[in-house]
Design a protein around this ligand. Structure first.
Ligand SMILES: *Cc1c(COP(=O)(O)O)cnc(C)c1O
Length: 442
């Protein structure tokens, strides 16, 4: 499988290059050129297959030139010591909704799958080249922790994470700063925008890039997107034969990486009937699907804040997959947006009727799934698989506001709270960042 840019069709790079570059030089996103037909392979998967085993068998089919079965085994085992889970819930009225729980990894959100796979792949490629790389990234709080955990103790790689001092939650700060070893947390006296600017400037600093192999692990990296396709395939393998006939996936979306990954699995032959793109009031994509006009705008703050995106990067990828054809995209993807009130109401209702906690992002997806069922977009779908993107314990305050009860903090996060913070405080200048990088890695 080779990759091109969503903006320049003349670009042609290997998986290895795409992974380390992150973004194409023309500003576009890397996207697969070929579409392998894996229908028969998908049919051969069964419920008995672990997630890691499924990933292991997919990889050599996707990357026959770059990932041998032996390497696939190492990558899959290192990347996926955790697994998704599929649980049925009972919506109002008729219907079959299953939650695909993607929050059993180290940072308790679905981003663990992409980050952990990317880390394992980079480690493998760097070992092969006897090289060393430094991942440089800025975080406003939540996104950094999946990366920090994923790269912790990987050989050949160090991670430098910049975060704005006093502007991340105490739990988020602990997740970023308590690992140590090859994870270096820089507490920047400034804003998230300062952190982003410093990282951006470092990437183009001639002295730095000559001495240190700098790379990013952004959510738009194709090495994070590909493994997200695997859990759609895993979910399919765990459905009954009747459910497989007409399966719909509902994806709570912000930057639309998760949905794009599902659409990739469908392109490779997964028999998905349709996707639901569920958003909060940041409804640029649902509006596009309705009206055919893409109108990006500034994001609005909501309770499902990991989805507060006003101009989703991965829209470029979706658009490419459907050849810019709006009607064709709408044929396969329905857009539904959900208000904060509806999200809270959904969290409350499932707690009261089933005794389960849903995080705001997952609850939003469940609400969109219910509406899809009720409004009968399709007659009698056999099932909707709605993606559970975060553990409810990650959003304690909101879940407590909705239910009056505090969900348990997952063990992974509880453990982190008890560890000491290790961070280096720096000023908000690129000069300071540069000094840190040169003194630490040269
Ligand atoms: C990142 C995130 C999302 C949105 O995923 P995209 O791939 O950006 O659409 C949804 N829920 C949670 C909990 C997230 O962290």
């Amino acid at each position: 499988m080779q990759f091109t840019s969503t903006r320049d069709p003349n670009v042609r790079v290997s998986f290895r290059e795409a992974v380390f570059k992150g973004l194409s030089p023309d500003g576009g996103l890397f996207h697969p050129i070929e579409t392998p037909d894996l229908k028969d392979l998908f049919r051969s998967f069964s419920q008995s297959q672990s997630f890691a085993a499924l990933a292991e068998s997919l990889l050599p089919h996707l990357f026959p030139e770059e990932i041998s079965p032996t390497v696939a085994n190492r990558i899959a085992e290192r990347a996926f010591p955790f697994s998704p889970a599929l649980k049925r819930i009972h919506p109002d009225g008729q219907g079959n909704i299953k939650i695909l729980e993607l929050f059993h990894g180290p940072s308790c959100a679905f981003k663990d799958f992409g980050a952990s796979f990317l880390a394992a792949v980079m480690e493998e490629f760097l070992k092969d080249e006897a090289s060393h790389a430094v991942i440089l990234t800025a975080t406003s709080g939540d996104t950094g922790s999946a990366v920090a955990r994923a790269f912790y103790k990987r050989d050949h790689i160090d991670v430098v994470i910049l975060y704005p001092s006093q502007r991340v939650s105490p739990l988020q700060e602990k997740q970023l700063t308590t690992l140590g070893e090859n994870i270096h947390a820089l507490e920047v006296k400034g804003s998230f925008d300062d952190c982003q600017r410093m990282v951006k400037e470092a990437f183009v600093d001639p002295q730095l890039i000559k001495k240190i192999r700098l790379t990013s692990a952004n959510s738009i990296n194709i090495g994070r997107l590909i493994p997200q396709a695997f859990y759609y395939i895993w979910a399919y393998a765990n459905l009954s034969p009747a459910e497989r006939e007409a399966c719909i996936f509902c994806v709570p979306s912000g930057n639309f990486g998760n949905l794009t990954a599902g659409v990739l699995a469908w392109e490779w032959g997964l028999p998905v009937k349709r996707f639901i793109a569920a958003t909060n009031i940041n409804k640029v994509v649902p509006e596009y699907l309705q009206e055919g006009i893409y109108k990006p705008r500034s994001s609005v703050k909501t309770l499902s804040n990991a989805m507060d995106v006003g101009d989703p990067s991965n829209f470029e990828r979706l658009s490419r997959i459907f050849h810019g054809n709006h009607a064709e995209m709408h044929r396969w993807i329905e857009g539904i947006w959900v208000t904060d009130e509806e999200t809270l109401d959904t969290i409350r209702r499932y707690y009261n009727t089933e005794g389960i906690f849903l995080d705001p992002h997952t609850a939003l997806g469940v609400r969109a799934s219910e509406r899809y069922l009720k409004e009968g977009y399709v007659p009698n779908p056999n099932c909707i698989v709605s993606l559970g993107t975060a553990h409810p314990g990650k959003f304690l305050e909101i879940v407590e506001e909705a239910t009056g009860k505090r969900p348990p903090l997952p063990a992974q996060l509880q453990a982190v709270l008890e560890l000491p913070k290790q961070a280096v405080m720096i000023e908000n200048t690129t000069q300071e960042l540069k000094r840190f990088l040169l003194s630490t890695f040269c």
